[in-house]
Ligand binder design. Structure first.
Ligand SMILES: C[S@@+](CC[C@H](N)C(=O)[O-])C[C@H]1O[C@@H](n2cnc3c(N)ncnc32)[C@H](O)[C@@H]1O
Length: 345
């Protein structure tokens, strides 16, 4: 989708190493002296009047939308554009997920004969893992992407998991009767929806009275890492800008309990919590840093950053290089805070 903003800017994070081809490319595109924002960001001065990037960087999402009048108002629930897409680098991230590392808060409540719906199941690693625990029950995974559903079906076949099925469905209009499932689960979905409360109401509708609705989402602002990296700081800011431009909330983790309340769940039934993924071993750094380096240049995130005039190829390659440098740092450490909520329908 092409946005209305005509401007394109390059990011010019402070140089951290010796000059390389990206540094040289950057200096070619940013000949004026850069200026710093209050948050320490260095911006290219070659920005046309009326498109001051400071407004876009620091504005709350509603103002970001005003700065990009074509961004949100053209999107309907049916046409929302999933930020990450399903590039191999994205799926490499999702395929690491298991019930143990992504749904631990739900596991103590599962009984072997329960029925469970996984909304926005993606490639299905968590979904299949849950089905293998519900030995006398059954699981349905739904997603808006047919390609990723094919991948999920292949995984279930490879595991020989029989009590599972996958269907195409929109989280806002689940194709199930009221009160259909004992458990309705959504992992890393609500942050990608423009109306997470509407989706939660729909999840509540298809859960049986007294059944569970369980949701878990990352919180991008709360992510922390070491060593300090201007490129990773830029990446995090850019991620916020892109998702806000498209009408999504990247800091979903801290908002889950509030959204669940707004969706009409009994406040007394809401159990809020948090848990963390941490990547610090050499293998984990290679995996996490490597996949984000690719995601910066090849995933739908890169496409949306460019379409919305928030970054160009040079800037994105600079961020990718930052990820590669982080992965190579022997003392590298990265933590992803996830909010989670269990509630009774
Ligand atoms: C971050 S992935 C999470 C996948 C999986 N739950 C996991 O944790 O591995 C989000 C998934 O939600 C799906 N999705 C996005 N919007 C959706 C919608 N409106 N209805 C159903 N699925 C949607 C995407 O296609 C994507 O597969």
């Amino acid at each position: 989708m092409q946005m209305c903003r005509p401007a394109r800017r390059t990011y010019s994070a402070p140089m951290t190493g010796s000059a390389n081809e990206h540094d040289m490319a950057r200096s070619e595109t940013s000949s004026d002296m850069p200026r710093e924002t209050p948050r320490g960001r260095v911006l290219d001065k070659a920005q046309p009047a009326g498109t001051d990037p400071i407004d876009a960087v620091d504005a709350p999402s509603s103002l970001s939308s005003l700065n990009n009048p074509g961004a949100v108002k053209d999107l309907t629930k049916e046409s929302e554009s999933y930020t990450h897409g399903h590039h191999e680098s994205v799926l490499r991230s999702h395929r690491r997920r298991t019930a143990a590392n992504s749904a631990a808060f739900l596991l103590p409540h599962l009984l072997s004969d329960m029925t469970l719906l996984d909304v926005g199941c993606g490639p299905g690693t968590v979904t299949v893992d849950l089905a293998e625990r519900l030995t006398a029950g059954s699981v349905v995974g739904v997603d808006a992407s047919d390609d990723v559903l094919e991948s999920a079906r292949g995984l279930a076949d490879a595991h020989g998991t029989k009590n599972i099925s996958f269907e195409h469905a929109n989280a806002y209009e689940l194709p199930f009767e009221d009160d259909s499932f004992d458990v309705v689960f959504a992992h890393q979905l609500l942050q990608h929806l423009s109306d997470p409360v509407a989706a939660l109401r729909e999840m509540k509708r298809v859960a049986r009275p007294g059944g569970f609705v369980a949701v878990r989402d990352a919180d991008y602002e709360a992510m922390t890492w070491f060593p300090e990296s201007p490129e990773l700081t830029e990446w995090n800011m850019l991620y916020h800008e892109v998702t806000h431009t498209y009408g999504f909330e990247p800091d979903a983790g801290r908002r889950l309990a509030s959204w669940v309340r707004d969706a009409g769940f009994d406040p007394a039934s809401i159990e809020p919590g948090a848990s963390v993924w941490c990547y610090a071993t050499p293998d984990d750094r290679t995996w996490w840093g490597g996949l984000w380096a690719e995601r910066c240049t090849q995933s739908n995130f890169a496409v949306q950053a460019k379409d919305s005039a928030l970054a160009d190829d040079v800037a994105l390659e600079q961020l990718a290089q930052g990820w590669r440098e982080w992965a190579a740092a022997p003392d590298g450490w990265f933590a992803v805070l996830n909010g989670e909520v269990l509630a009774r329908a």
